[in-house]
Write a protein that binds this ligand. Structure first.
Ligand SMILES: NC(=O)c1ccc[n+]([C@@H]2O[C@H](COP(=O)([O-])OP(=O)(O)OC[C@H]3O[C@@H](n4cnc5c(N)ncnc54)[C@H](OP(=O)(O)O)[C@@H]3O)[C@@H](O)[C@H]2O)c1
Length: 282
């Protein structure tokens, strides 16, 4: 199992997404249990955002992590682009910390690029860092051109990660963004790594080849999608699940070592991109 280096830490390569979690009172405890199941099986990274349920996902995370050692966790939250100004970012950060009941975030991401100049956002993020409220900062949904611009801004090289949609069916970023990030040793945080599952997503798991590979590894298609996602040791996949059994399956995917033959078979159905593609979103 490959650990992934992010912001100076080595972490378990599968984390937990929390989009659409924490909203329903009757599911709150079940969802907290699902998060705890992940933590009990080695997960460290939890991904959330001020946007998710207007803070409800952060409240759920606070409740779920209460019995755990904060220092072993790696908590990520995100600021909305409209709040990414010098004046508003510190307010958003403080509110996220309060909802999460923690003193610091391990990583604070700009959720996507908006109209506030990146120079101003970076200044505010660096201030949060110097105050000890965030250990590191990064971006999300940022493509090659904008990442290049960020690198040229003072302190822009401190950008510790980029969170982008990435799964077997959405490989566009392998053309240019992934090589650029690899060169800078900037880890990729892959969202929608199981392509949003069967009910919301693109039904990747119905693919025959995937089923065959899953059977060979005594696993299921979701696990193969995750093992594929983290295969290079520079990606943290953050699948979301409210189902404890699914979470445990997902974590165990980190033990699966895909063979060259598996990868070749998957490449033949979902080829690597041969040209620039727009970022896949949500
Ligand atoms: N930065 C951004 O702009 C951005 C955008 C989107 C997402 N994200 C982050 O990335 C996380 C993951 O992305 P996502 O939630 O969009 O998609 P995802 O993780 O690819 O898919 C989530 C869906 O897959 C199902 N699922 C997960 N594991 C399963 C398993 N082992 N077996 C069967 N079903 C399974 C879940 O249902 P069950 O609950 O039934 O298991 C859920 O409906 C989000 O929660 C969020 O934290 C970030």
């Amino acid at each position: 199992m490959n650990q992934v280096k992010i912001a100076g830490r080595n972490v378990f390569p599968i984390g937990l997404g929390t989009w659409n979690m924490g909203d329903k009172a009757d599911k709150f405890e079940q969802e907290a249990e699902a998060i705890r199941a992940g933590l009990d099986h080695g997960v460290q990274v939890i991904d959330t955002a001020e946007m998710y349920g207007d803070g409800n996902a952060e409240r759920l995370v606070a409740h779920a992590i209460q019995p755990y050692n904060r220092e072993e966790l790696f908590l990520i939250s995100k600021v909305l682009p409209s709040n990414a100004s010098k004046k508003q970012l510190p307010v958003s950060l403080e509110n996220s910390l309060k909802r999460l009941k923690t003193d610091y975030l391990d990583l604070y991401l700009l959720h996507w690029k908006g109209n506030i100049p990146m120079e101003e956002t970076i200044e505010a993020l660096e201030k949060g860092k110097s105050q000890g409220k965030i250990k590191s900062w990064g971006v999300s949904n940022v493509d090659v051109d904008d990442l290049g611009k960020i690198m040229k801004i003072p302190d822009g090289i401190n950008c510790a990660a980029n969170q982008v949609r990435y799964n077997l069916g959405d490989r566009g970023i392998e053309f240019d963004l992934v090589p650029m990030m690899n060169k800078r040793e900037m880890p990729l945080i892959a969202y929608a790594p199981v392509a949003r599952g069967d009910s919301l997503g693109t039904n990747l798991t119905k693919q025959k080849a995937l089923k065959e590979i899953a059977e060979k590894h005594h696993s299921n298609c979701f696990q193969i999608l995750l093992a594929w996602c983290i295969r290079n040791g520079q990606t943290i996949a953050i699948p979301q699940s409210s189902n404890t059994a699914h979470v445990i399956d997902n974590v165990k995917a980190a033990e699966i070592q895909l063979t060259q033959q598996d990868l070749k078979q998957l490449n033949s159905i979902y080829p690597k991109p041969g040209r620039k593609q727009p970022l896949a979103l949500w």
